[in-house]
Design a protein around this ligand. Structure first.
Ligand SMILES: O=C(O)CCC(=O)C(=O)O
Length: 233
């Protein structure tokens, strides 16, 4: 049933850069993932937590075996490698507004000078680099909803089709942002929103006191050039 839903949305996913998969994560897997992220979370009020595949070996094994792995495999058409996990949460006390980025950097083990790779940056103590678009185009991010995430508590928005023009220069990004309509993608607990890293996305601040925990799992469908290694994989 789940894979049927994935297959039905594949054309839409390739065209738009995102797709909502409804009620695809079983209640017991949501419970397991929620316990894993809450155990790894040091501060309950923090708006999120990076490097979760490093922090939790249990999460790593679920990322290799759970429903997200199977969905990523179907979308990427190859054995996917889980390469990054981040918890995003929002409440009025821990809030932020996301302003139309593309997800351009990947976590890597150490710096290697390779043409087309850069700039380099540090995020929460982990080295990141911007790879060429060809690497990002073979990745998928799966946003697993541990809580409902509606318009009132910062649901994600997308500009459909904006992932198909590679890495956007600032003026191209402004043209997409100002000249195209966005779509709000609300989700219930147990839904997964699949997105391409290159799609322009945004989310508003939350006005609801409820937590809205989203486990963002990224899968790669291609290898990095020799010498460069994923940091979390
Ligand atoms: O969960 C969200 O609001 C999206 C967060 C996000 O994609 C980001 O901060 O880049």
């Amino acid at each position: 049933m789940v894979m049927q839903q994935v297959l039905q949305t594949l054309t839409e996913f390739e065209r738009d850069g995102f797709a909502a998969l409804r009620a695809v994560v079983a209640a017991h897997e949501i419970q397991q993932l929620t316990s894993i992220v809450e155990e790894a979370r040091i501060e309950q009020s923090a708006p999120g937590l990076r490097n979760l595949l490093r922090r939790s070996s249990t999460l790593k094994s679920v990322a290799f075996s759970g429903i997200a792995f199977k969905i990523a495999e179907e979308i990427l058409g190859t054995k996917p490698l889980p390469v990054r996990a981040i918890l995003f949460d929002k409440t009025p006390a821990a809030n932020w507004y996301v302003t139309w980025p593309q997800d351009l950097s990947i976590p890597v083990e150490s710096k290697v000078d390779i043409e087309g790779y850069g700039p380099w940056s540090m995020k929460d103590g982990v080295l990141h680099v911007q790879p060429p678009a060809s690497i990002l185009e073979k990745m998928v991010s799966l946003r697993i909803h541990l809580d409902a995430c509606l318009e009132s508590n910062g649901a994600i928005k997308f500009i459909p089709g904006s992932h198909r023009s590679g890495i956007l220069e600032p003026d191209e990004l402004a043209r997409w942002r100002d000249g195209h309509a966005s779509v709000v993608c609300a989700a219930e607990r147990g839904d997964i929103i699949a997105m391409r890293p290159l799609i322009l996305h945004s989310s508003s601040v939350s006005e609801s006191p409820e937590h809205r925990r989203v486990l963002h799992l990224e899968y790669a469908g291609t290898k990095l050039p020799s010498g460069l290694q994923w940091a979390e994989a």
